[in-house]
Design a protein. Structure first.
Length: 333
C-alpha cells in the first residue's frame, strides 16, 4: 500500500472588528504605549463583541468559509473538525460540534475540542496529519479560535496588555502523488511540571467560581511572565531543531518560521537560538497581541495572503503554551 501524504489545502482567518490600542489602555490602566511596545512588540489587539456574532465558533465559521474556498471544498467534504481553544463558547456541547452546525455540515463527521492553550493549532494540524495518514479522515478542519478578553483581568496591567481575540483555520488533506506540498515531520509534547507558570485554577470542577472570586478577581488567568519567557524561548528553539532532525533536513533548507506570537523579544531570542535570520520569521504581534491557539494560523494565513509564503516554501509552525504544551510542524507549503 502506498503511504498517504498530507498537506495544508487552505487557510482562513477572522479578526474581531473592535481594535483596542495601547493608547486606549493607557486611559484605563497605569501603563504606556512605550512600555508595552518596548517590552512586548504589541501596539494593538482585537476584542470580540459581547453583543454576539463574534463568539469563538462564529469567528471559526467565517474563517472556515475562507479556508473552504481556498481549498476548493464544500462543507460536507470535511470529515473531521478539531477545535483548539481554551475559551470555548460554552462547556457543552463542544465547539467543534457547534461549528459543524454553523457550517451546515450534515455528514455527522467527528468533532472534537482540544484545550492545549497556545499550542492548539499545531497540535490540531499534527493530529489531523495522523488521522489522515491512518485513513481515518480525509479532510480535517483545524481551528484555533479564542476570546481571551473574557478571561483576562482588565485591571491587571501585567497580563491584560498581552492578549487579544481572533481565529485562524487550516484544512489538512491528502497530498496526491507527485505533489511536492506536504507535511514533512511533526513534534508534540508537554511538561506538566510547569503548571504554576500559567494557569486558571478557578472555574473548573475542583473550584467553581463563587461571588468571592468575582469580587476579588481571582477567577482570571494567572501568569508568571518571566518564567514563561525563559521556557518559551528554549522550547520553541528545541521544537524547530527536533522537526528538522526528524525530517533529515537542515536549517538552510527552511524558508520561513511561523512562531507563536507571545512577545517580540521571545520571537527574537528564539530566532537567535535556532540560528535563523529574523527576515525569515513571520511576525504580526504588533497588530493582534497573543491570541493563544489563533496566533500561528493567523500569522501563517497572512503571510500566504501577502505573498511571503508561497507554494513550495519550507515552513516551520512552532508553538508553546500553558501546560506547558509545545509542538511544531515542518511542512512544504
Ligand atoms: C509579561 C512581560 C511582558 C513582562 O516583561 P518584563 O520585562 O519581564 O517586565 P517585569 O515583569 O520585570 O516588570 C518590569 C516593571 O514594569 C512594571 N510593569 C508591568 N506591567 C506593566 C505595564 N503593563 N505597564 C507599565 N509597567 C508595567 C512592573 O510592575 C515592573 O515594575 P517594577 O520594576 O517597579 O517592579 C514578559 O515577562 C513576558 O512577555 N513574558 C512572557 C509572557 C507570555 O508570553 N506568556 C504566554 C506564553 S504562551
Amino acid at each position: 500500500m502506498t503511504e498517504i501524504k498530507t498537506k495544508i489545502l487552505g487557510t482562513g482567518i477572522y479578526l474581531p472588528k473592535k481594535v483596542v490600542t495601547n493608547l486606549d489602555l493607557e486611559k484605563v490602566i497605569d501603563t504606556s504605549d512605550q512600555w508595552i511596545f518596548e517590552r512586548t512588540g504589541i501596539r494593538a489587539r482585537r476584542i470580540c463583541s459581547t453583543e454576539g456574532g463574534e463568539w469563538p465558533t462564529d469567528m471559526a465559521m467565517h474563517a472556515s468559509w475562507k479556508a473552504l474556498e481556498t481549498a476548493r471544498l464544500q462543507p460536507n467534504d470535511i470529515d473531521m473538525i478539531i477545535f483548539a481553544s481554551v475559551t470555548p463558547d460554552q462547556k457543552l456541547p463542544n465547539s467543534a460540534s457547534l461549528l459543524q452546525q454553523k457550517l451546515g455540515i450534515t455528514n455527522n463527521c467527528a468533532c472534537m475540542d482540544i484545550a492545549v492553550a497556545c499550542s492548539g493549532f499545531v497540535y490540531g494540524v499534527n493530529m489531523a496529519n495522523s488521522f489522515i495518514k491512518t485513513g481515518m479522515a480525509k479532510n480535517v478542519l483545524v481551528v484555533g479560535s479564542e476570546m481571551l478578553s473574557r478571561e483576562v483581568d482588565w485591571n491587571d496591567r501585567t497580563i491584560c496588555i498581552l492578549f487579544g481575540d481572533g481565529c485562524g483555520v487550516g484544512i489538512v488533506g491528502r497530498s496526491e502523488e507527485g505533489d511536492e506540498s506536504q507535511i514533512l515531520s511533526t513534534h508534540l509534547g508537554s511538561d506538566g511540571s510547569g503548571k504554576e507558570f500559567f494557569n486558571q485554577p478557578v472555574g473548573g470542577a475542583v473550584e467553581p467560581i463563587t461571588e468571592t472570586h468575582i469580587k476579588e478577581g481571582t477567577h482570571f488567568m494567572r501568569m508568571k511572565g518571566k518564567e514563561m519567557f525563559k521556557v518559551a524561548t528554549r522550547t520553541l528553539a528545541d521544537n524547530a531543531k527536533i522537526v528538522l532532525e526528524r525530517a533529515g533536513m537542515t536549517l538552510d533548507q527552511v524558508d520561513w518560521v511561523v512562531p507563536h506570537q507571545a512577545n517580540i523579544r521571545i520571537i527574537e531570542t528564539t530566532a537567535n537560538l535556532i540560528g535563523i535570520s529574523m527576515d525569515k520569521v513571520i511576525v504580526n504581534i504588533e497588530n493582534y497581541g497573543n491570541t493563544s491557539a489563533a496566533t500561528v494560523p493567523i500569522a501563517f494565513h497572512e503571510a500566504i495572503e501577502s505573498g511571503k509564503i508561497k507554494r513550495g516554501d519550507v515552513v516551520i509552525l512552532d508553538a508553546f503554551g500553558a501546560g506547558l504544551t509545545f509542538g511544531a510542524t515542518l511542512l512544504r507549503y
